[in-house]
Design a protein around this ligand. Structure first.
Ligand code: NAI
Length: 314
């Protein structure tokens, strides 16, 4: 029998986590400080489960939905749970106050995992009675379609807590990776940050349009990145593998790293221009529809990857 899970915060990420755990058979209590948000979350979850069923990625959406209970009382949400996935807003103050409540209300051995995108746990758990049961479990949106979870314990986190969180997330069907040392932005957002900062710089300096940057990823790098990482990519891009690639192209990348080294603010003016270009390509009222389109493209990709993995046995 799977242990109970509490998901705290029912916004974009909280409701997606509820699907992850319920799909894997865990009974889920979904809590939000704003009880009105829970009805909205339930509708969005039902919609996402319907799409997953249409793409053949789940069998019975009603059974999965039946495992998710929306709860407007925190003590009730935390009663007899093994693991809490916190999904409150991304500010140190919000994380500090939610973790204080969770630490007070949850039994001492319950794991408290934060979905924080970049704030490290030590910034918001120092005042708790049991900080050793806290860590970061940073997902990628939406976690029921993108399985990576970054686990980043604080120095004070008990290693057995990290190990228990890792096994539970594996059982939930996710792919946990370890961040070895507390690091702002963890791994994924540091890499995403490097891509975003460089894209912004190239756009600001007039070298490329918004559409062409997006095409460079969509029709270029991104095609490979959906099934292999940068090190495997370069290992396959020179006859003798990674070492020969480094001999041929290492000096170029080193020269580029000097040109990319000066920090630059995200200037208001550049962001206004970028935003205007995006809004003329996609009016604001169509954002939600396009998010749903993105999720369906991801579902089709996952269905393809699952079939391809079965064919090739990898
Ligand atoms: P959101 O704004 O959609 O949802 C936050 C929810 O938390 C709201 O429903 C709000 O009512 C609730 N809340 C606020 N204070 C609370 C409290 N004290 N107790 C319980 N619930 C409370 O935010 P989103 O996007 O879901 O982000 C949540 C966390 O997940 C953040 O730390 C964010 O950085 C992280 N994250 C977000 C990703 C994204 O793409 N949106 C991706 C990965 C992580």
């Amino acid at each position: 029998m799977q242990p109970n899970i509490a998901v705290v915060g029912s916004g974009l990420i909280g409701r997606a986590w509820a699907i992850v755990f319920a799909r894997a058979g865990f009974p889920v209590r979904l809590y939000d400080i704003d009880s009105g948000a829970l009805d909205y979350a339930r509708d969005r979850i039902a919609e996402a489960l319907g799409d997953l069923a249409r793409y053949g990625l789940i069998e019975d959406s009603d059974v999965i939905l039946g495992r998710i209970r929306t709860v407007s009382d925190l003590a009730e949400a935390l009663d007899d749970v093994a693991y809490v996935q916190e999904c409150a807003p991304e500010t140190v103050d919000a994380k500090r106050s939610v973790f204080a409540e969770l630490d007070r209300a949850a039994a001492d051995d319950v794991i408290l995992a934060s979905s924080s995108s970049g704030i490290v746990a030590s910034d918001f758990i120092g005042h708790l009675q049991h900080p050793e049961r806290c860590l970061i479990a940073h997902p990628v949106n939406p976690p029921y379609l993108i399985p990576l979870v970054e686990l980043c314990p604080a120095p004070v986190t008990d290693p057995s807590v990290t190990e228990r969180a890792r096994s539970l997330l594996l059982e939930a069907g996710q792919v946990p990776v370890m961040v070895r040392g507390e690091l702002r932005g963890f791994i994924l957002n540091r890499i995403q940050g490097a891509v975003l900062n460089e894209s912004l710089r190239l756009y600001e300096d007039g070298y490329v349009t918004v559409a062409d940057i997006d095409d460079t990823l969509r029709h270029g790098l991104g095609l490979r990145w959906s099934f292999m990482g940068p090190f495997e990519t370069i290992d396959l891009n020179a006859p003798g593998g990674l070492k020969e690639y480094a001999d041929r192209y290492g000096p170029l990348y080193e020269a580029l790293s000097h040109e990319q080294a000066d920090p630059r603010p995200w200037s208001r003016e550049t962001i206004e221009r970028l935003h205007a270009e995006r809004r003329s390509a996609l009016p604001e009222k169509e954002l939600e529809q396009r998010q749903s389109w993105r999720d369906k493209r991801l579902m089709a990709l996952i269905a393809h990857k699952t079939a391809a993995a079965k064919d090739s046995g990898s």
